[in-house]
Design a protein around this ligand. Structure first.
Ligand code: SF4
Ligand code: SF4
Length: 145
């Protein structure tokens, strides 16, 4: 699963989000990405990454009425965009606000493919095994193309 273990190094360049938007989702905006980076807020000058926790079971998949979001073996979701009716229930169900809805209601979420990782100039990101507690018995982490 995608993790962001070294965000203290982040400079807010959005390279990770842009790589995801361009290469995975075929979009231009860094919002239309599975990873989004924002200021930590307050008096700090740091940044935080919004990433999917690869839940198992995934509340977003359970909330989806059309199977556009379905459970991914090992954690997280498989997305079938053609089935999406843009109801927004996946985004409502996510406990960590990891699903972004664009202005037309299309959802964007991390697929844990790791394609953003080499684009970070400060090595903030990492593709790590899903913790045992998040896995179904016998299910291992699966990386989507
Ligand atoms: S998008 Fe949210 S609810 Fe769905 S698997 Fe990721 S963290 Fe869990
Ligand atoms: S690529 Fe790295 S430094 Fe740039 S915004 Fe993403 S996490 Fe931060």
């Amino acid at each position: 699963m995608l993790t962001a273990p070294r965000m203290e190094r982040c400079i807010g360049c959005h390279s990770c989000s842009l790589a995801c938007a361009r290469q995975v989702h075929r979009r231009l905006s860094w919002d239309t990405a599975g990873i989004r980076v924002a200021s930590s807020g307050g008096l700090t000058s740091g940044f935080e990454a919004k990433t999917c926790l690869a839940c198992n079971p995934a509340p977003c998949a359970r909330a989806c009425p059309t199977d556009a979001f379905s459970q991914r073996a090992g954690g997280g979701v498989v997305v079938r965009k053609k089935l999406c009716i843009r109801c927004g229930r996946c985004a409502q169900a996510c406990p960590v606000d990891a699903v972004y809805l664009d202005p037309a209601g299309e959802p964007f979420v991390c697929l844990h493919c790791g394609r953003c990782v080499p684009f970070c100039p400060h090595d903030c990101l990492e593709l790590a095994p899903i913790p045992e507690r998040a896995c179904l018995p016998g299910a291992g982490p699966e990386v989507l193309p």
